[in-house]
Ligand binder design. Structure first.
Ligand code: NAD
Length: 348
């Protein structure tokens, strides 16, 4: 089993393996970097095929949180946790209380939040054992539902408009065609904002109810899941899956801007360079989808939603700096974003 030699290890400060035989908990808590503050990141519960796969995933995700929080100007570092198990059949309240005790033992260097396979009820169990948990909604602010997705969508909307401004010289979305892949929690809220701004929507989802809703509410044009990436549009907003920009797709993408919420849109870093060469402006995913983590932070600090939104609007200035540097230096936006993040968190 490799930890230090895993490609995603990248100088992690701490990796904790914890178990609780009574509840069946097996967890790995990874703290990548705390230069800017305690590490914050979700707890993912997943039936990993092997322990090595779980280790690689937690290291990769935890490192990613360092970069995301640094570019979101949050006083936070990067961390993540995984629980090995099937959330549909193996999850119990007792297991999440044991998880809370494991988080408590890390002594505040790691703050846990929701992720794939975990939900607000699980966080409540964790919160009974430790105060180092984010995303718990105290119900005091009616504008806060506990779901970070609308905030993620708002950040994507800000980043997308900044991309339009950089490409077109103004940020007017009226009449622009935006292809939205995925109409889940984030994609739907993004469509709401794009529609209100006068954009014309082309949409696709595996779920036909979600597509019908977008057609009814926004007058969107539906298109098949096989065609959405390649449709004639000004902007492509991937809000479903990672890896959609790859050797097979790049030549067929007609949009000149890619700005969406999905994590890890580039299959490999070199695809960022290929987008640059193709004249496609790419708003790095982890920069513009940071609205959710900003909200988790403000919610934990007990600060109002109005402050969350003001902070999210800073995404515009950050992504503009990335576009400008990338253009001046003939580098891909993804590469420039990573270097800017490293400057901010002081990578050694
Ligand atoms: P979600 O599960 O609510 O929605 C994803 C949607 O994509 C679903 O409706 C699904 O049917 C659809 N989909 C899946 N495969 C598809 C395909 N091939 N073609 C078209 N549609 C397809 O997820 P979400 O919370 O809306 O998140 C969307 C993306 O944004 C994910 O990649 C997620 O990791 C990322 N993200 C989300 C947040 C957040 O706050 N929710 C924060 C950061 C990043």
């Amino acid at each position: 089993m490799n930890v230090f030699s895993d490609p995603a290890f990248d100088g992690h400060e701490q990796v904790v393996f914890a178990s609780d035989p009574v509840t069946g908990l097996k967890t790995i808590i990874a703290v990548h970097n705390t230069n800017l503050g305690p590490s914050l990141g979700g707890c993912r519960m997943w039936p990993y095929a092997s322990e090595q796969e779980a280790i690689h995933d937690v290291l990769r995700l935890s490192r990613g949180m360092t970069y995301k929080s640094a570019l979101a100007n949050l006083p936070l570092g990067g961390g993540k946790s995984v629980i090995i198990g099937d959330p549909r059949s193996q999850k119990t309240p007792e297991m999440f209380r044991a998880m809370g005790r494991a988080v408590e033992q890390v002594g505040g260097r790691y703050i846990v939040a929701e992720d794939v396979g975990t939900n607000p009820a699980d966080m409540e169990q964790i919160a009974s054992q430790t105060k180092h948990v984010g995303g718990i909604n105290d119900g005091k602010d009616p504008a806060r539902t506990g779901d970070p997705s609308p905030f993620t969508a708002y950040g994507v909307f800000i980043g997308l408009k900044e991309a339009v401004r950089f490409k077109n010289g103004h940020e007017d979305l009226a009449g622009l065609r935006v292809a939205v892949q995925g109409l889940g929690n984030v994609g739907y809220h993004l469509c709401l904002m794009l529609h209100a701004a006068g954009a014309r929507l082309v949409v696709s989802d595996l779920n036909t109810d979600s597509v019908n809703r977008a057609v009814d509410e926004f007058g969107a044009t539906p298109i098949s899941v096989d065609e959405i990436l390649y449709v004639d549009a000004d902007i492509l907003a991937p809000c479903a899956l990672g890896g959609i920009v790859n050797d097979r797709s790049i030549d067929k993408i007609r949009a000149r801007i890619i700005a969406g919420a999905a994590n890890n849109q580039l299959e490999a870093d070199r695809h960022g360079e290929m987008l640059r060469e193709a004249g496609i402006l790419y708003a790095p995913d982890y920069v513009i989808n940071a609205g959710g983590v900003v909200e988790v932070y403000y919610c934990r600090e007990g600060r109002p939603v109005s402050e969350t939104n003001r902070h999210i609007e800073d995404i515009g200035a950050t992504v503009r700096e990335i576009f400008e540097r990338a253009s001046r230096q003939n580098l891909s936006t993804g590469f420039v974003a990573d270097r800017l993040a490293e400057e901010r968190f002081g990578k050694r």
